[in-house]
Design a binder for this molecule. Sequence first.
Ligand code: SF4
Length: 472
Amino acid sequence: MHAEDKGINEECGVFGIWGHEKAAELTYYGLHSMQHRGQEGAGIVVSDGSQLKAHKGLGLVNDVFKHANFSTLQGDVAIGHVRYSTQGAKTLENVQPLLFHSQKGSMALAHNGNLVNAYALRSDLEEEGSILQTSSDTEVLAHLIKRNGNEVSEETITEALNQVTGAYAYLILTENQMFVALDPHGIRPLSIGRLGDAYVVASETCAFGQIGAVFEREVLPGELIMIDHGGLISTRFAMREQRKMCAMEYVYLSRPDSDVNHVNVHASRKNMGKELAKEAPSNADIVVGVPDSSTSAAIGYAEESGLPYEMGIIKNRYVGRTFIQPSQELREQGVKMKLSPVRSIIEGKRIVMIDDSIVRGTTSKRIVQMLKKAGAKEVHVRIASPAIQHPCYYGIDMSTREELIAANYELEEISNLIGADSLAYLSEAGMEKAILIDKTIHQGICTACMTGKYPLPVDGPKKPFYPACEVL
Ligand code: SF4
């Protein structure tokens, strides 16, 4: 399912490499493997030890770097970014990494996540005389680091990080140092790998596989890492809180071949399907998953229930995310082009349709209709995560509360609205059981969009689109 159909959009992906002569090219491949985390813009900043050079643009990684001359991006250190704008307009100046120059040197900044106090900090900075170039919340950190004309160092970054609140994974590059930081709750994923002697950092471990790097470890909540020619130094800039990894990374956002906080995404989705089968069995003939993000959960549901898993819906891989859908009629045509029912499998069957989540419900309705039109006798919808009833403030772009179907209707009503013969969601306990597999590792997940239990206070009154919310 494409993100624009689902109504959930990943926030961004970051990639960094230290100590490889082909740093820019490898960053390109790393970003390419994380294209699903942002399709609006991409960029790379490379350092040759004396100068930072950038190439960035709007669009997909391939499009942005189609005409890039990598011979001008020489250097053995680089950071890169794929962007989906959760904050800030879709303009070139907001495409990251952001690059800043001063008499004391240059700094590039790539950010995955969302600062919940960005609005207040921005106001303070503007009152003090700062002029911000972008509408992105990422720029705020750069101004905090340089506020007193200071050099970029472990001390100034630590001071700045202690002023921001929210979900963040930062990569900061100067001419001769790279800094890596993760928020004290570790809401967004960030891992370190090795490629020979080079250090590699990425939002998702699938990027390591892409370039032949080997996973080394997770960046820890509240950790600040400094890499330079002397090696890697780890410090802690804040008290480490209980980890609150975004549950939606497992449910929908991350690639199935990625490991998020030591748990493989495919395995966790399959477990969610199994738990769902235990909690919400169904009298049906076959199990069908909505491709691609629900396939793992559908396999799990089939395995646990003993029902056969069938490829009842096929996804057309060549319909791009940029497909233009200006009207409702064409939008419906768009889903028809993306998903096709396999009539010979569906006709006359009672189907358990597995989907990873429902946001607005419009796409679920169209898929149920599509299956019934193709001859399905019954369609029982089973959702492999708890109902989404609350917005996300930590970097995932979801619909507003008014648009979230589960925030406005009861289960039975939703089932009727999407035209299903029955509907059930996985419970919160079932999801936790499926994700938190290895109890020996410090684990914990954010479930705020499903439960309303926000692990971090949200800066309510100062920003109209940050309403007050329950704080754990
Ligand atoms: S609110 Fe939902 S989408 Fe946002 S970080 Fe928490 S689990 Fe992830």
